[in-house]
Each structure stands twice: as structure tokens, then as C-alpha cells.
Design a binder for this molecule. Structure first.
Ligand code: 3PG
Length: 209
């Protein structure tokens, strides 16, 4: 489980948090991100189209890692697995989700905002977490502080991160990737401007140097 989720974190420094409002847009949107250099896609279950989108994008883009985001129950976790999600991201933790994730086909990146939540996962063997909501939960300083007691834990911070601030997180030794919705601005997606989506992906990656 740990190795598999680590592979996801290593595959792309930027993880777009994608919400599908129009089911026909899932594949072209994700293709434009992949064309722009993004290798990991988090498709949220925030809209009714998330599960179908995961299925379609997996079939259409076999070179990308396609996972489910905003999973908040074991029932949703199962649905995401069945849709072919290659990983699952949750905004927070429950014991049931953490236990389910240990043996699931789709490895779990559990969301935590505090050390106590982290420790709930740590005792079950988790060593990688989403840090959410990153900016309001302490940002870069919090992640530096977590390094002291948990030097073997790595994070994917998400929540309030922008193109201009992503690099500050990626400089930390306990961060491999950062996530956010800035890669898929609502108005650009609504307009179906895939060339612009690709540009934002390329530009965000090249800003990292
Ligand atoms: C998430 O679920 O990870 C966040 O909604 C993404 O945060 P952002 O929209 O602030 O980038």
C-alpha cells in the first residue's frame, strides 16, 4: 500500500483537483492536462459525474494515474474502486476509511489537518497523507513542524494553494507533490478552452524550474 501511494506522489509534482460539471468535458479536459505534462489526475466525487468520468478517463488516457477525490465514506470508496480509480484521496479521516484503505486495490491518501489525525493513520501503517486545507491549517510552517516528530512521513498539501505558492511547498523535504484546483479554473473549463488548460499546466510545471 505505501509503495503504491508513494508511486502516485512521485509521478507528478502537481495534482489537479478536478470537478466535472459537464460529463462530456471529462476526457478532453483531462487530455489537455496530460498534454500539458500532468501525470496524476484527481477526479472528485463532488458532482454526480465523478465516477463515470473516472471510468472514461482511465480508458481514454492509459498513461495517466487516475484517482478519486473528495471520498468521504467507505461506500464511496467502494464505488471509486469499482469505477477503476487507481488511488483514493479523502479530505479527512474516519477509522472505517483508514481500515478499508489498508487492503483496498486503490491505495489511500488520507487527508489530515492535525498531528492527532495523522497519528490515527500512522498506527495503521500510513506514511503518506494529504495535508488539507493546507493554507489555513498552517501552510509551509506546519509541514516543517510535522517533520520533527514524523521524519518518515510525506505530504501532498492541498487547499488554497496557487500557482505562485506551489513551489514553496515543493521545496520542503517532506513534500513530493501539491494539489489544487487552480489548474482547472471554472471559467476556462466552462468555456471548453482546452488550449488554455494545457498552457496553465505547462506554465505551472515550468514555474517549478
Ligand atoms: C481539495 O479538495 O483538495 C480542495 O478543494 C482543493 O483546494 P483548492 O480548491 O483550494 O485548490
Amino acid at each position: 500500500h505505501r509503495e503504491r501511494i508513494q508511486a502516485v506522489l512521485e509521478a507528478s509534482p502537481l495534482v489537479p483537483v478536478i470537478s466535472i460539471e459537464d460529463p462530456d468535458q471529462a476526457v478532453p479536459l483531462c487530455r489537455s492536462l496530460v498534454d500539458g505534462g500532468i501525470r496524476v489526475l484527481e477526479i472528485t466525487l463532488r458532482t454526480p459525474f465523478g465516477l463515470k468520468a473516472i471510468e472514461e478517463v482511465r480508458a481514454a488516457l492509459p498513461d495517466a494515474w487516475v484517482g478519486a477525490g473528495t471520498v468521504t465514506s467507505v461506500a464511496q470508496y467502494r464505488e471509486a474502486e469499482n469505477a477503476g480509480a487507481q488511488f483514493v484521496i479523502t479530505p479527512g479521516v474516519t477509522e472505517a476509511i483508514l481500515e478499508f484503505g489498508v487492503t483496498s486495490q486503490a491505495p489511500l491518501l488520507p487527508g489530515v489537518a492535525t498531528v492527532s489525525e495523522l497519528m490515527m493513520g500512522y498506527v495503521l501503517g500510513y506514511r503518506q497523507f494529504k495535508f488539507f486545507p493546507a493554507e489555513v491549517a498552517g501552510g509551509v510552517s506546519a509541514l516543517k513542524a510535522f517533520r520533527g516528530p514524523f521524519p518518515d512521513v510525506t505530504f501532498c498539501p492541498t487547499g488554497g494553494i496557487r500557482r505562485e505558492t506551489a513551489g514553496h511547498y515543493l521545496e520542503l523535504s517532506n513534500v513530493r507533490s501539491v494539489g489544487g484546483s487552480w489548474l482547472t479554473p471554472r471559467d476556462v473549463v466552462a468555456a471548453g478552452d482546452w488550449a488554455r488548460i494545457r498552457e496553465i499546466a505547462e506554465g505551472s510545471l515550468s514555474d517549478l524550474g
